[in-house]
Design a protein around this ligand. Structure first.
Ligand code: SF4
Length: 328
């Protein structure tokens, strides 16, 4: 089993299937986008399937597929279909911006996809255009509505951006009044191609919670699952719930059960490290499954205790790589 030297059991892989995206969110990349890699540098679906199979034989039973935007990669649905044959996986989840996926929802229900995290940072089309630099709010909102009617578990992820959408926090919570929906507020991070945005106010976990407390008197804390990234709550008599993810504050590292693999095969023990080794090259040099397993076991053993240590251990101290190159 994959266990690090702090006794944390690693059972969750976040895998980016592409660095390409159809949006240009200001907290993720510059307006002109990022220098996407050549297709040959991306892991193939066959390589991804093998990596997941080998990790699932080491106890990884939850996979989140991310990007960029996973649905912009050709034949993504076929890849999902292939994963449905791996019976060691308990959960296959997807993070998407929802701008172009509503037509796939029936198929996702058919396949063994468990949960969708929909990235949606505003309920206003003008502001959507400002944040994403694309005019596809209606398509994205239609996806939200279709997902709400589907059997898929839905969470809406909202990146709280000082000076941009902080006045919509209560609107998002009110979405959970009559809908069995989970809304999660995420602290803005420096993974935007430029580095941490200088803002007048810091909207971290405490600030977000105190803002919610101002609006809602009857907040009920919910029991959090071990390794949950968000601290969860509901409002009395509301159908849904909300959570706050202290992603930049990094107060969730003690129970971290995650590893990441980027679209180019870079293995990350932590979101804040700059990549530990390149899995793609190791595989393309002919590594067999036992060599892969030994590498995973050795590397995970040295997972940093928390995101601050991971950041401190970086050679390039400037944490600014676009989230589209990491996979979130
Ligand atoms: S910062 Fe790193 S160690 Fe902490 S929860 Fe995130 S991935 Fe895990």
């Amino acid at each position: 089993m994959l266990t690090d030297k702090f006794g944390r059991h690693i059972s969750y892989l976040r895998l980016a299937v592409t660095d390409r995206c159809n949006l240009r969110c200001q907290y993720c990349m510059p307006a002109h986008g990022i220098d996407i890699v050549d297709r040959a540098e991306l892991l193939t679906y066959k390589e991804m399937y093998r990596i997941i199979r080998v990790l699932s034989e080491l106890g990884v039973n939850k996979v989140r597929l991310t990007g960029g935007e996973p649905f912009v990669r050709k034949n993504f649905i076929n890849f999902l279909e292939s994963l449905s044959f791996n019976d060691k996986l308990k959960q296959v989840n997807i993070t998407t911006n929802g701008a172009s996926i509503s037509k796939y929802i029936p198929k996702l229900e058919e396949l063994r996809v468990n949960a969708i995290n929909l990235s949606l940072d505003t309920l206003r089309s003008d502001r959507f255009k400002l944040i994403t630099r694309r005019d596809v709010f209606d398509e994205t909102f239609q996806t939200l509505e279709k997902l709400l009617l589907s059997s898929l578990t839905l969470k809406v992820n909202v990146v709280v951006q000082p000076g941009v959408n902080t006045d919509e926090i209560s609107d998002f919570i009110n979405l959970t009044k009559n809908k069995n929906l989970v809304v999660r507020f995420i602290e803005e991070m420096p993974f935007n191609g430029k580095g941490l945005r200088q803002t007048d106010e810091i909207w971290n976990y405490n600030k977000i919670y105190s803002e919610i407390e101002k609006e809602f008197k009857n907040i009920i804390p919910l029991k959090n699952k071990k390794s949950s990234t968000s601290k969860n709550f509901t409002i009395e008599n509301y159908k849904g719930s909300f959570g706050i993810i202290p992603a930049f504050t990094r107060s969730i590292c003690n129970d971290c059960n995650r590893i990441r693999i980027t679209a180019t095969g870079m293995f990350k023990n932590c979101l804040f490290d700059e990549g530990v080794f390149n899995l793609r090259d190791f595989i393309r040099k002919g590594a067999n499954d036992d060599e892969l397993k030994q590498l995973f076991i050795n590397t995970v053993h040295n997972k940093p205790e928390n995101g601050f240590i991971a950041e401190a251990n970086r050679k390039n101290k400037n944490v600014s790589e676009s989230m589209s190159t990491i996979g979130g």
